[in-house]
Design a protein around this ligand. Structure first.
Ligand code: UT7
Length: 314
């Protein structure tokens, strides 16, 4: 029997129309375009409207996928959503709300919480369930309305985040395949990045998360290369979670990676947590940067603390 290859066969994304530039933010808190851009690479972020929720952003991303790929919505038999900003705290899951808004019935749908590594975890959970035969054609989402949990008076964090959603269709295919995945968590770092229960806003120990992120990205890439007998030269693209351009520069310098291999778009979206990797992938696909046979590493890191990576042959 030939091996079962699971891969991404369609992509979609959505960011709200409204933008907030660094200059506009400097009227809200004591900051400047110069500080934000030089410390993070961010120029602007997109913000959802008050009545737009995490599920709405995700549904727009799914509609974008279906409008660009001739796929039958009714074939979808699973929905996995990674989010830190669900429509409801606890339940119902945002995945169930997305299922209903997409007009789908009687399929498994559930959320995953793994901070900014959420999309990597969700992709692997979906892949495992396809391999086991529980689902076959799965929509995997990263969707975030971070503006609802940002403390707009805290300049240490409010400049960093934005809203958006991305999704992919994962299924059995011979065109493209996930080769390997590695997932980690370090719960002893849980307090470094938290959405607080009382205020429902983000607090972050910026410097310790920065140091963790550099190590997490570097170790994940080295591990995936080693496990698969590959060298850096074999990798066409690294698509990192978009948290801070300086983190990528520091990681590339420390581990000897070519910074140009990393795809970055943080300048326009800021940190959209679990949504940043699928938004970047969709953008790369649209720009025709993803070519058949290329090897791509997706790498995520964030609250938990969690981190992990996915090696794909496109
Ligand atoms: O996606 C989840 C993962 N999250 C991350 O990866 C974020 C990781 N951390 C970081 O990216 C960086 O630590 C930050 C971008 C958050 C902060 O950059 P930094 O270079 O580490 O700055 P800092 O926290 O060391 O602060 C340096 C100075 C401080 O002033 P003093 O104490 O030196 O006078 C801050 O008060 O910069 C000040 N500062 C600001 N100034 C203007 C902090 N935020 C701002 C701001 N505008 N927005």
């Amino acid at each position: 029997m030939s091996p079962k290859y699971i891969g991404i066969t369609a992509l979609g994304s959505y960011v709200p129309k409204k933008t907030l530039t660094n200059n506009e933010l400097s009227h809200l808190v004591d900051t400047s375009d110069e500080w934000i851009h030089s410390h993070t690479g961010i120029k602007e972020r997109h913000l959802a409207s008050e009545n737009e929720r995490c599920s709405d952003l995700a549904v727009e991303a799914a509609n974008n996928l279906f409008s660009n790929h001739a796929r039958n919505k009714a074939e979808i038999d699973g929905i996995v959503v990674s989010t830190a900003t669900p429509d409801y705290v606890g339940f119902p899951s945002t995945a169930c709300i997305i299922q209903d808004k997409l007009g789908l019935t009687d399929i498994p749908a559930f959320d995953i919480s793994a901070g900014c590594t959420g999309f990597i975890y969700a992709l692997e959970a979906a892949r495992g369930m396809i391999l086991s035969g529980t689902m076959h054609k799965v929509l995997v989402f990263g969707s975030e309305k971070l503006s609802q949990v940002v403390n707009w008076e805290d300049r240490n964090t409010c400049v960093l985040f934005g809203d958006g959603a991305g999704c992919v269709l994962l299924e059995e295919t011979n065109d493209n395949r996930i080769i390997d995945c590695t997932l980690h968590s370090e719960g002893n770092g849980a307090q470094a990045l938290v959405i607080q229960n009382d205020s429902h806003t983000i607090t972050m120990e910026g410097r310790s998360v920065y140091a963790f992120a550099v190590r997490a990205i570097g170790d994940t890439i080295v591990d995936l290369l080693k496990r698969n007998n590959l060298s850096l030269e074999d990798i066409d693209w690294i698509v990192p979670h978009q948290a801070n351009e300086r983190i990528i520069a520091a990681c590339a310098k420390r581990y000897g990676f070519n910074q140009n291999t990393f795809y970055m778009n943080i300048e326009r979206y800021a940190n959209t947590s679990a949504a940043s990797i699928p938004i970047a992938l969709k953008e790369m696909d649209e720009a025709n940067l993803l070519k058949k046979g290329q090897k791509i590493i997706l790498v995520g890191f964030g609250a938990g603390l969690t981190y992990g990576g996915t090696l794909i042959q496109w």
